[in-house]
Design a protein around this ligand. Structure first.
Ligand SMILES: NC(=O)c1ccc[n+]([C@@H]2O[C@H](COP(=O)([O-])OP(=O)(O)OC[C@H]3O[C@@H](n4cnc5c(N)ncnc54)[C@H](OP(=O)(O)O)[C@@H]3O)[C@@H](O)[C@H]2O)c1
Length: 252
């Protein structure tokens, strides 16, 4: 890395939006640290990028997150944290949802963001121009049938962003929330439906151009690369064919 390079950490960089965001930030000139649990995937992507490295990390493991924060001390500054790791597990109604799924979604989507933000905030503040991004979701702003556990968790992520921005007012750290609607990524819906690819495909059936991971990454990179005094508080981004969580135009 060059002496002037600014460092950005991206969680969940092994697939989908996180991988695309790592690429976009590398293209914008950042030294990018890719993290996720699947080591081989982040190592392969880091090797493709001009100035990047991989660090395997489970954001729900606080001790591991703290060790990662110490490891980051090797860089001249830490400038950006993109809290992207997350996901939905199950789509059952509240009446029959599995509490274990709800707990797991809270762990990664809420406590994962909390762990990373708490551990990296001192370095982000010390940089004199830090940025925390929370990749929430339109599920963090409104609900839909079958979404209960994920919606509850993403509301938690939204509240972290809103509260942190208030608490950091006066500090040199921006808090940006990006809330995407329907994004067709390789794994998100398949994970939600526990590997059932037919069910996962139905999510996007007949929808003219759901967002891509690159569309969202472009939005995240745009928000990060505004001048330091410009804080994009909350950016909701959906495909044209989706007007709300439950209003989606389908051709079939
Ligand atoms: N796709 C959508 O429609 C959509 C819409 C709005 C918001 N979002 C949000 O956007 C983010 C990315 O979604 P995506 O569509 O790109 O999904 P994805 O392809 O399933 O990516 C999820 C990423 O999170 C990582 N991850 C999961 N649990 C983790 C943990 N405990 N520790 C560290 N990393 C973990 C996964 O990597 P490993 O398995 O390698 O750890 C993976 O890289 C998520 O927060 C999601 O909720 C998605």
């Amino acid at each position: 890395m060059t002496a002037e390079a600014r460092t950005a950490v991206v969680t969940g960089a092994s697939s989908g939006i996180g991988a695309a965001t790592a690429r976009a930030l590398a293209a914008a000139g950042y030294h990018v640290v890719l993290t996720a649990r699947r080591k081989e995937r982040i190592e392969a992507l880091a090797a493709e990028l001009p100035d990047a490295e991989a660090y395997p990390l489970d954001v729900t493991d606080r001790a591991a997150v703290d060790a990662f924060a110490s490891w980051l001390d090797r860089f001249p500054s830490l400038d950006v944290l993109v809290n992207n790791a997350g996901g939905a597990y199950g789509a059952e109604p509240v009446a029959s949802g599995d509490p274990a799924d709800w707990r797991a979604m809270y762990e990664v989507n809420v406590l994962g963001v909390l762990h990373m933000t708490q551990a990296l905030l001192p370095a982000l503040t010390a940089s004199g121009d830090g940025t925390v991004v929370v990749l929430s979701s339109t599920a963090g702003l409104g609900t839909y049938e079958g979404g209960g556990g994920y919606v509850a968790a993403k509301h938690g992520a939204h509240v972290i962003a809103e509260t942190l921005r208030l608490e950091l007012c006066g500090e040199p750290v921006r808090v940006i929330e990006v809330a995407p609607g329907m994004v067709r990524t390789d794994e998100f819906a398949t994970t939600r439906f526990r590997g059932d690819t037919a069910k996962a495909a139905k999510v996007y059936e007949g929808v003219d151009q759901p967002l891509t991971a690159e569309d969202v990454a472009d939005t995240v990179a745009w928000a990060i690369t505004r001048p330091a005094h410009v804080n994009i508080d909350l950016l909701v981004v959906r495909p044209r064919a989706q007007a709300s969580n439950s209003k989606v135009h389908r051709t079939t």
